[in-house]
Design a protein around this ligand. Structure first.
Ligand SMILES: Cc1cc2nc3c(=O)[nH]c(=O)nc-3n(C[C@H](O)[C@H](O)[C@H](O)COP(=O)(O)O)c2cc1C
Length: 422
């Protein structure tokens, strides 16, 4: 009898141990997301409740904006400084809060004028943004130094940066001394955005605008599109499904692939040499047969040459607007021999596609127009650009800043797929 009850106790204890183990290891259920092809799968983030280490008080709200605050000095000199301690603080009246140390020139300016602008930089202005966050207006005219255009606000007594894509004019309603910083509460009077960044649905095209994110160690560019507000929550509703599948955009490489489009409309903004070098680096990262890299690139930035290419190529009219072009050539001195010589076409096509995808990922727009194998076009391009006989131009890639008119297409077509055998 005693043996029996001991056995029962051991059995019950074992069950309790198993149950406690299971409960303590239970994971927070991961949201199910509907994929484009209808299958359901898990995709959003870390789903395990992990141990935390305490770091004490830190300013690790992530991400933080990297904004540039514009103000006038008492002699009318425009000044700009970077601020990350900033954000929307009220809806009605629509207001922002920007915290600024009393030691800043901007503090002195804003205290006097009771006005400031918020200038949202695009990624291409990250160096300027960092500069104005390091050097003080007490020591230098930062607008002059950086060659930026100070435009007088149309509603408040503060300048904005003509080159930045998004500016917000604010009138100070309160200045709250918080200790190290004074928080200026600014009522938003007006918001101005570059025309080409306004999408047809009235929203700002943030992917094209490429705002900067501040995260202590680094500045980051705008990330992947994950999901749609007031939509993705539906994954937790039994009777609802999100309109926008999250999958396609939860990965920056796929995002560039799916968002790439042939861009034929450009603004007048010039693509820099640094950006063109980045595109070329991306092109040269393509795989090639036997690692031969049988390519050469002619980069064209001269207006007259771009116009000549536009006039000469039947499908090259976008080159009149483009501010640069990359001509991808096969270098016959570097190809394989014999039957496989033609692999240069695949190799250079892979480089071309890399360039197109890199352009998309950098907020640029590009499109390629074919040259090889059309003899007349080969002769025209060869003649215009001094290409030697040992090289063949495969295509011309027009590059520029997109106006936003060109949109990606969804080309998914199940009828083109043959599983296992055709
Ligand atoms: C990324 C970044 C964020 C910054 N955020 C703030 C901020 O929120 N408040 C502040 O007072 N200073 C901030 N600073 C520092 C000022 O921008 C910097 O001291 C600047 O030189 C001040 O310029 P001024 O004296 O011309 O006003 C930041 C600097 C950087 C680089």
């Amino acid at each position: 009898m005693r043996n029996k009850s001991t056995l029962l106790n051991v059995f019950l204890a074992a069950i309790i141990v198993v149950l406690v183990y299971q409960v303590s290891n239970q994971k927070i259920p991961a949201p199910k997301v509907q994929s484009a092809n209808g299958s359901s799968y898990v995709s959003l983030g870390d789903t395990v409740a992990s141990e935390k280490r305490s770091l004490g008080p830190k300013s690790y709200i992530m991400p933080k904006p990297a904004l540039v605050i514009g103000s006038y000095g008492n002699d009318g000199t425009p000044n700009i400084m970077t601020a990350a301690w900033a954000g929307i603080v009220n809806s009605d009246p629509l207001s922002v809060g920007v915290s600024i140390r009393a030691s800043r020139k901007s503090y002195e300016n804003i205290m006097a004028t009771k006005a400031f602008t918020i200038n949202v930089p695009s990624a291409s202005y990250v160096a300027e943004m960092d500069y104005v966050g390091t050097v003080s207006g007490y020591d230098e005219d930062k607008f002059k130094k950086l060659g930026l255009t100070a435009v007088k606000g149309s509603h408040v007594d503060a300048p904005y940066i003509g080159e930045f894509p998004l500016v917000i004019e604010c009138e100070v309603t309160e200045a709250i001394d918080l200790g190290s910083h004074t928080q200026f509460i600014g009522r938003i009077i007006d918001t101005k955005v570059d025309e080409h960044l306004i999408k047809q649905n009235g929203h700002i095209d943030i992917e094209q605008m490429q705002p900067v994110i501040f995260s202590h160690e680094y500045y980051y560019g705008y990330g992947q599109r994950l999901a749609k507000p007031s939509d993705i929550y539906k994954v937790f509703k039994d009777d609802m499904e999100p309109d926008m599948p999250a999958t396609r955009y939860a990965n920056s490489t796929l995002s560039s692939i799916y968002n790439r489009k042939s861009v034929r409309h450009y603004t007048s903004r010039v693509v820099s040499k640094g950006q063109l070098n980045e595109l070329l680096r991306a092109g040269m990262a393509a795989p090639t047969a036997m690692d031969k890299r049988p390519w050469a690139f002619v980069v064209v930035q001269e207006r007259a040459l771009l116009d000549s290419l536009a006039a000469a190529l039947p499908y090259g009219k976008m080159l009149y607007q483009a501010t640069a072009a990359i001509v991808v050539c096969g270098d016959l001195n570097k190809t394989l021999d014999g039957e496989v010589q033609q692999y240069w076409i695949q190799d250079c096509s892979a480089a071309t596609q890399n360039i197109l995808l890199a352009a998309e990922s950098m907020g640029l727009g590009a499109v390629w127009t074919g040259v090889y194998p059309r003899q007349a076009r080969i002769e025209t391009v060869t003649g215009l650009l001094n290409i030697p006989e040992s090289a063949i131009p495969l295509n011309v890639i027009a590059v520029g800043y997109p106006t936003g008119e060109d949109q990606p297409k969804d080309k998914w077509d199940e009828t083109t797929i043959h599983w296992e055998k055709w």
